[in-house]
Design a binder for this molecule. Structure first.
Ligand SMILES: Nc1ncnc2c1ncn2[C@@H]1O[C@H](COP(=O)(O)OP(=O)(O)O)[C@@H](O)[C@H]1O
Ligand SMILES: [Mg+2]
Length: 602
C-alpha cells in the first residue's frame, strides 16, 4: 500500500521534475529557499489587510464611535496598511533579486552539463540533428526549464500562502460563505488540469520550428556565397517566411487551445460571487453575521481571486517549463555509445599494424555501407583507397578514430580492439586532414596550437615550413597573429588546407588519415598542398583517399572499394596488370587527362 503510493508519487510529474532538477539546485539550495521563504509574508500580508477591514467597518462605519473590539486609535489601521505594504515591497525586491541570482546560477550549471554532453555525444546525433535543433535543445530549453521552474516556485509559494491565509480569513468571518467560496474557486481550477494534454504536441512542434528558424540563419550565414551565386535570395526568403508563418500559426493554435481557460475560470468565479452576495445578504438580515464580517469576507474573496487567476496563468508556464525539463533530461540521459569502456587502457603509439577484421558497418540500421571488410595496414606503410564516389572510402577511415563503431567484426591497432582503449589515447595516435577542414575563428597561431597546446615558437615555425606556409605567414602584417575569420573565411582554399596540415604537423601523430585533402583545390594550389602533404606523410602510417590517382601511384598498397566491398588490392603495377576495376578507373582518368592536354595544345 505504502510502496504503491511511493511509486505513484515518484511518477508524479511535479515530483519527478523537481527531483531531477535537485542536483542543480542543491549547491544554491539555501538562497533558493530563502528567496521563496521571504515570499510567504508577501502573500499572507494580503490577509492581514483584509482582516483589518472588519474592525474598521464594524466600529468606524457602523457603530460610529462605539466600543471597538481591539480598542485602538483610528490612525492605527491606515498606518498599519502602509507599513505592511512597505515591508511587503522590500521583501518582494529581495526575493526578486535572490531568485534571479539562484536562477542564473542554476541555468548556468545546467548549460554547462548540456554543453559537456554535446561535446561527448555520438557523431550520429550530430549527423541527424540540424544546428538550429541543437541550439534549441542544448541552450534554449535550459533557459525555459530554469526560468520557468524558479519563477513558478516563487509565484506559487506567494500565491499559495496568500490563498491559504485568505481562506483562513474566509473561514474566520463566516464558515457558511467560506464553503461556497472554496467549492467555487476549487472548481474554477479544474480546467487547468487539461492544459498539458492540449499544448503538448504544439510545444513539440514549436521546438522544431524554432530550431528551423535558427538553422535558417546559420545556413544563410554559412551559405551566403551559394545563395548569392544561385540567386537564391527569393527562394530562401520564401522558405524562411514559411517557417515564420508556421511559428505564428502554432502560437495562435496554442492561444486557441488555452486562452479560453482564463475566461472560463472568470465565469465560474463570477457565479460563485453572485451566490455569495445573495446568500451573504440573507445571513446579514438574519443577523448570523455582521456587515463587517461580510465586507471582510468579500474583500478576502476578491483578493483571493487574483492569486487564483495567476495560478491559472502560471500553470501554463509551469507546464512549459516541465516539458522543457523533460526535454533537457531526455538529452542528458541519452546514452552515448562511443565512450571509454570501464577498464579501457591507453593505446601506446602504433608498433606493428592496423587491422580490419570482418568489419560490417551501417549508418542506418538495415542499410549496410561496409560489408565484411578485411584489411591490414603495416606501420609506416601508405595505403590508398580509391573507388566510386559513395563506395565507403570515407566511412572506412572514419571508423578508425571511432567517429562511429562497427556493427560486426573489429578494428585493431597492434591487436588492441579500438573499443578497448581510451578514446583520448586512440585519437592522440591519429592526425586527420579532410577535404573541408574546420578552422576556428581566431588567429593562425590559435588554430595551429589546437594541434598541440604546448608547442614552442620553433615547433610552430617548423610546422609552417613543412606545410609550405612560411612565406605566406611572413608576408602577413600580423604574421601568425593574423585573424582568419569564422571557419577560416579570410583564407584561400589552399591556405586553409595548409593551415590544417600545419596543425596536423604539430599534433605529430603516428597515424595520418588524408581524406581527399587536395580535391577541392585548383592545380596550382594542389601542387603546393601536395608538397605539404608529402612532408606530412613521411615516416608515418598513412591512410589516404585521393581523387586523382596520379597522387597515389607510389602507395605501398592501393585498395579499391566499391559498394562497401574491397574489390581489389595491390600496388599500382599489380593492379594495372590485373586489368580490373583499378585499371578501368585509371584509364578513365588517364584518358580524360590526355584529352584535356590535347585541348590545351590547341
Ligand atoms: N553520416 C552519414 N549518415 C548516413 N549515411 C551516410 C553518412 N555518411 C555517408 N553515408 C552514406 O554512406 C555511403 C558511403 O559514403 P562515403 O564513405 O562517404 O563514400 P566515399 O567516401 O567512398 O565517397 C554513401 O552511400 C553515403 O550516402
Ligand atoms: Mg568520401
Amino acid at each position: 500500500m505504502f510502496h504503491k503510493f511511493a511509486r505513484k508519487l515518484k511518477q508524479n510529474r511535479f515530483v519527478l521534475n523537481y527531483s531531477r532538477m535537485w542536483p542543480f539546485v542543491k549547491p544554491f539550495w539555501f538562497r533558493a529557499l530563502l528567496s521563496t521563504i521571504i515570499t510567504i509574508p508577501i502573500g499572507s500580508l494580503d490577509a492581514v489587510i483584509a482582516l483589518a477591514l472588519k474592525p474598521f467597518m464594524d466600529t468606524v462605519i457602523m457603530d460610529q464611535g462605539g466600543s471597538t473590539p481591539f480598542d485602538m486609535p483610528l490612525w492605527v489601521i491606515p498606518v498599519f496598511v502602509v507599513f505592511f505594504t512597505i515591508v511587503q515591497s522590500a521583501l518582494d525586491y529581495a526575493s526578486s533579486y535572490l531568485s534571479a541570482w539562484t536562477g542564473g546560477k542554476i541555468t548556468m550549471e545546467l548549460k554547462k552539463k548540456l554543453y559537456s554532453k554535446l561535446l561527448s555525444i555520438d557523431q550520429s546525433y550530430i549527423d541527424q540533428n540540424a544546428s538550429g535543433q541543437v541550439m534549441m535543445r542544448f541552450n534554449g530549453d535550459a533557459d525555459t526549464a530554469c526560468t520557468g521552474l524558479l519563477n513558478n516556485i516563487r509565484v506559487f509559494t506567494t500565491r499559495i500562502f496568500s490563498s491559504v491565509t485568505l481562506v483562513g480569513v474566509l473561514l474566520y468571518t463566516s464558515w457558511q460563505l467560506a464553503v461556497i467560496a472554496i467549492v467555487v474557486l476549487g472548481t474554477s481550477l479544474y480546467p487547468l488540469t487539461m492544459i498539458r494534454k492540449k499544448i503538448k504536441d504544439i510545444v513539440a512542434r514549436s521546438i522544431v520550428v524554432g530550431g528551423a528558424v535558427l538553422t535558417s540563419f546559420n545556413e544563410t550565414h554559412a551559405g551566403s556565397k551559394t545563395i548569392a551565386s544561385y540567386n537564391l535570395a527569393d527562394y530562401q526568403k520564401n522558405r524562411f517566411f514559411g517557417t515564420l508563418n508556421q511559428a505564428f500559426k502554432l502560437v495562435i493554435k496554442n492561444t486557441q487551445r488555452t486562452a479560453w481557460l482564463s475566461p472560463m475560470m472568470h465565469i465560474i468565479i463570477a457565479v460563485g460571487m453572485a451566490g455569495t452576495i445573495w446568500y451573504g445578504s440573507y445571513l446579514i438580515t438574519s443577523k448570523t453575521i455582521t456587515a463587517g464580517d461580510f465586507v471582510a469576507f468579500m474583500t478576502a474573496m476578491l483578493m483571493l481571486y487574483t492569486p487564483i487567476k495567476n495560478i491559472g496563468k502560471n500553470f501554463n508556464a509551469v507546464q512549459l517549463s516541465f516539458m522543457a525539463i523533460e526535454r533537457v533530461f531526455e538529452i542528458l540521459e541519452m546514452p552515448v555509445k562511443i565512450k571509454d569502456k570501464k577498464n579501457a587502457v591507453a593505446l601506446p603509439p602504433i608498433q606493428k599494424e592496423i587491422t580490419f577484421e570482418n568489419v560490417d558497418f551501417s549508418y542506418v540500421p538495415g542499410t549496410p555501407v561496409l560489408k565484411n571488410v578485411n584489411l591490414k595496414i603495416k606501420k609506416g606503410q601508405t595505403v590508398a583507397f580509391v573507388g566510386n564516389s559513395g563506395g565507403g572510402k570515407s566511412t572506412i577511415v572514419n571508423l578508425i578514430p571511432r567517429f562511429y563503431d562497427v556493427d560486426a567484426g573489429s578494428i585493431r591497432i597492434d591487436g588492441h580492439d579500438i573499443r578497448d582503449v581510451t578514446l583520448a589515447s586512440l585519437r592522440d595516435n591519429i592526425g586527420m586532414v579532410f577535404q573541408d577542414n574546420f578552422l576556428f575563428s581566431g588567429t593562425i597561431r590559435e588554430n595551429l596550437l589546437l594541434g598541440r597546446f604546448d608547442a614552442t615558437d620553433d615547433e610552430i615555425h617548423q610546422a609552417l615550413k613543412m606545410a609550405c606556409l612560411e612565406d605566406f605567414v611572413a608576408d602577413l602584417d600580423k604574421g601568425l597573429d593574423s585573424y582568419i575569420g569564422e571557419r577560416g573565411t579570410l583564407l584561400s582554399g589552399g591556405q586553409k588546407q595548409r593551415v590544417a596540415i600545419a596543425r596536423a604537423f604539430l599534433k605529430n601523430a603516428p597515424i595520418v588519415i588524408l581524406d581527399e585533402a587536395t580535391s577541392a583545390l585548383d592545380n596550382k594550389s594542389e601542387a603546393i598542398v601536395q608538397q605539404a602533404i608529402d612532408n606530412l606523410m613521411k615516416d608515418r602510417t598513412v591512410l589516404v583517399i585521393a581523387h586523382r590517382l596520379s597522387t597515389i601511384q607510389n602507395a605501398d598498397k592501393i585498395v579499391v572499394i566499391n559498394e562497401g566491398h574491397i574489390v581489389e588490392e595491390g600496388t599500382h603495377q599489380e593492379l594495372l596488370a590485373k586489368k580490373g576495376a583499378y585499371e578501368a578507373l585509371y584509364m578513365a582518368q588517364f584518358h580524360k587527362k590526355e584529352v584535356s592536354e590535347k585541348e590545351d595544345d590547341k
